[in-house]
Design a protein around this ligand. Structure first.
Ligand SMILES: Cc1ncc(COP(=O)(O)O)c(C=O)c1O
Length: 417
């Protein structure tokens, strides 16, 4: 869905002119298209419809309560990585038996909470964690549902900080030793084996990696079954990439083909279907990434030797992806101008050299007061925002056709006294 587009040279989110939102609610401001989230989720769900499946939204991408309630209302489950995420998922109405829980550092209290809640599976990431889970469950007189996260040693060639499936990464149990760990788990009184899990990374655009991971999972489950270990589900993790440069063709400096969820599902289902297992998919970015933009206002234009800086009111505390991952987000003016493009760094007000939203980017002439939209900021935008430099986090707003709703108020410094 084309949720962000120009009409009469003004950028709209669905049927709402974003400039009106910026003027009314202030900037920096996160604006989301509710219908994009619905469309992306439904397309993903539909993609797996030929097999028993659950789409567990990876809520680390954006855990706004309204997002979670929406996902719950359209049949989604949740992929959580902390007790806090589990708490919000349950409050939002996501059924516990559709929640999977990964994290290399689950605490005893988090385990207890998840066992009490009746989650679908713990995606256990190490043998010591398995021992603690067994102990915690036994003390409660219960069995914890287990899906070991296997690390398949697949290099997805993305940014090193978002690659998770290589043996040098901290995640999961090496595929060569995981089999023995399953055999041990089978004998544990506090454990019920339910599945196998793997997540190889994020922003993956080459489906061969998903296919390779599915093949490793297939072989692994087959081996487990030969040892008498029944596996009810295979969780393939998340990681499908999204489109970053999107809105104005001529400003786009990167253009990559983004596979549709149906293409991904086909490559996975062709391998896993013979197992007759439920397939779990944990998308985060591909559900909400393209649904959001960070709106920011230009404060100053500054030149330093040959570099032009557009100093805006949104910084790395609001959107850290460019600083942390050197991530590309297309930046476009809310009011379209087709004049000469000029290279500029778009920087925030934070006292860090690493505080930038874009570097050396071709942009139209911008003056003080002009608004810019940082596109594809729906995933890992607000959820990674901080209060660094004692800056209140932005408001979040979503748009449904011509309806506008504030789904998180802007923070205020006064609240911290
Ligand atoms: C275990 C797990 N599942 C799912 C995801 C979601 O990934 P993405 O947002 O790329 O779909 C992540 C992201 O880091 C993850 O660690």
């Amino acid at each position: 869905m084309d949720s962000f587009k120009y009409q009469n040279n003004e950028l709209y989110c669905e049927d709402v002119k974003i400039k009106d939102l910026a003027e009314k609610y202030g900037t920096p401001l996160y604006v989301y298209s509710k219908n994009t989230i619905i469309d992306k989720f439904k397309a993903t769900d539909e993609a797996f419809s030929s097999v028993d499946h659950t789409i567990c939204y990876a809520m680390k991408a954006n855990s706004n309560m309204e997002f979670l309630k929406l996902i719950a209302s359209i049949g989604g489950g949740g992929d959580v990585v902390s007790g806090g995420e589990l708490y919000l998922a349950l409050k939002a109405g996501i059924p516990a038996n559709k929640i999977v829980y990964a994290s290399v550092g689950k605490t005893d209290d988090e385990m207890k909470f998840a066992i009490e809640s009746g989650i679908l599976a713990f995606n256990v990431e190490s043998e010591p964690e398995l021992d603690v889970l067994n102990e915690v469950a036994q003390k409660m007189g219960k069995k914890a549902p287990l899906a070991i996260r296997i690390n398949p040693d697949i290099d997805v060639h993305g940014h090193p900080y978002i690659s998770t499936g290589k043996s040098i990464n901290k995640f999961g149990i090496d595929i060569n030793t995981a089999y023995e760990v399953f055999l041990r788990a089978k004998e544990m009184d506090g454990i019920e084996i339910v599945g196998v899990h793997s997540h190889i990374g994020s922003q993956i655009l080459n489906l061969d990696y998903f296919n390779a991971s599915a093949k490793k999972l297939f072989d692994f489950v087959t081996k487990l079954r030969e040892a008498g270990i029944e596996i009810q589900h295979v969780d393939i993790g998340g990681g499908l990439g999204v489109h970053y440069p999107d809105v104005i063709e001529e400003y786009a400096e990167e253009r990559k083909e983004v596979p549709a969820p149906a293409e991904l599902a086909a490559r996975v289902i062709e391998v896993l279907k013979p197992l007759n297992c439920e397939i779990i998919f944990e998308p985060g970015r591909s559900i909400v990434g393209e649904a959001g933009a960070l709106i920011t206002q230009t404060n100053y234009i500054k030149y330093s030797r040959d570099t032009k800086f557009i100093v805006v009111d949104g910084g790395m505390n609001d959107l850290i992806r460019p600083s942390l991952y050197e991530a590309y987000h297309q930046i476009v003016p809310l009011t379209y101008t087709d004049g000469k493009l000029e290279k500029a760094d778009v920087v925030g007000p934070i006292c860090e050299t690493g505080d930038f939203l874009a570097k050396g980017r071709n942009l139209p002439q911008v003056k003080r007061g002009d608004y810019l939209a940082v596109m594809t900021a729906g995933a890992y935008g607000y959820s990674l925002a901080s209060n660094y430099n004692t800056r209140p986090r932005p408001a979040e707003i979503w748009v449904d056709g011509d309806k506008v709703e504030v789904i998180r108020e802007r923070e205020k410094v006064e609240d911290w006294i």
